[in-house]
Design a protein around this ligand. Sequence first.
Ligand code: HEM
Length: 471
Amino acid sequence: MKSAMERISESRKSGTNVAPGPRGLPLLGSSLSVQRDTLGFFDAARTYGDIYRFKLLSPVGILTVHVLSRPEYVRHVLRDHQANYRKSGAYDRLSAVIGNGLLTSEGDFWRRQRRLAQPAFHRSRLALLGKTMTAATEEMLAQRWEAAARAGTPLDLAEEMTRLTLTIVGRTMLSTDLADRSSEVGQAVRYLLEYTDRRIKAVAVLPESVPTPRNRRFRRSLKILDDLVYTLIDERRGQGEDRGDLLSMLAAARDEETGEAMSERQLRDELMTILIAGHETTAAALSWAWYLLSKHPEVARTMTAELDSVLGGRPPTFDDLPSLPYTGMVFKETLRLYPPGWMIARIAREYDEIGGYAIPKGSRVAVSPYVVHRNPALWENPEGFDPERFAPGRATGRPDYAYFPFGGGPRKCIGGNFATMEATLVLATVAQRYLPELVPGFRVRPEAAISLRPKDGLPMILRSVRTPSRS
Ligand code: HEM
């Protein structure tokens, strides 16, 4: 890392400036403010402008972080100059769980792996998965929601959505039923994410190998998932059967030059990545959708009217999706206000300049869908929940990268279409039967963890909806 003097002389040389920003405390920088109220810190820091910088104390030393909030700066980092920005910090911590899979790998290796995984997310494949998604949702309603609705007992919708999306990713990508082992696997996944989140935010951490109670629980939880994934790999390789899922696709993949199969470890890392990345974010997004619908009954009414007229009480299918534009818009608007991937962080490989400000080599750059999606210069009534802003024709003139819940450029989310389809089908299946209402008096607070999610869960009461076929 360069000293402050070197950086200043570097920026003077090129006629650029050091970006403004909060001074923070000596040594700690803004670490305490960020830890105390992460979203509040980013909200307040907006006043410094479209680029600001602050200091953070981390286990690897003091970091300089630049936050960029103009769409063209976002495009600069994620797309136009993406080669200069590698994935950073938080991803290193996540690697302890998911290893060197698609989310964390870099360079030619990442490119090859992405090419191998891409067909599993092709539209023609997705079309085959709709039934599984709807069936899993209906099982959830039959097994848990009907009784809760009858008894008037609140359910934690954040928990319900996590269980559901984990089941769906297990069935669609690995052809396995994680619901059978949902408590064990679900708890292990939850602990691993919680543990990783704590370590991302910590100013100092002990290595995972030190046998503290948390580290021991971390290793136990990781072993539960490892055992599951390695068993699935062994079974599939033993059978040599093509189940048409991601696991079969990656197990059968051969290197173009050497003809070699992927190592067990690499296959494990890719599957673990999909298991984690493929459920937590979608669960958070669906939770926020239920929360917003309960706060905006007029939006919920418009959505259920669409579901009534298109589906009339039957389960939605993949082919129905184009006929459910409003439900899709509700999901898009949810992702605008509460983007689960709320912060996308990179490290500058080399010195760069953005908007006249110096971005020194080795400094951190963060682009935040949460910040950009609520920027009043880009969005009218930015804090309001208005799905109509995604109506056809309404996006005209909105700059590229004003909206990027799935990131952008070559590292854009591989599961964006999968998640959108899944969420729309889940919303359409559930909202024909129930509209959850927030338990009166419960205060929902967003928590900016690995994903942006409701901090203390989302207790909701299920209200039955009368659909044409049932009335
Ligand atoms: C609403 C749901 C989702 C949101 C908001 C979301 C968001 C994101 C974002 C912002 C990135 C880019 C991260 C970066 O550039 O640093 C990303 C990458 C990724 N996501 Fe998603 N995601 C969602 C669902 C999914 C699903 C369902 C899957 C898989 C089934 C998935 C798998 C991945 C993978 C593998 C990457 C890394 C891609 C690469 O670098 O090649 N995501 N996601």
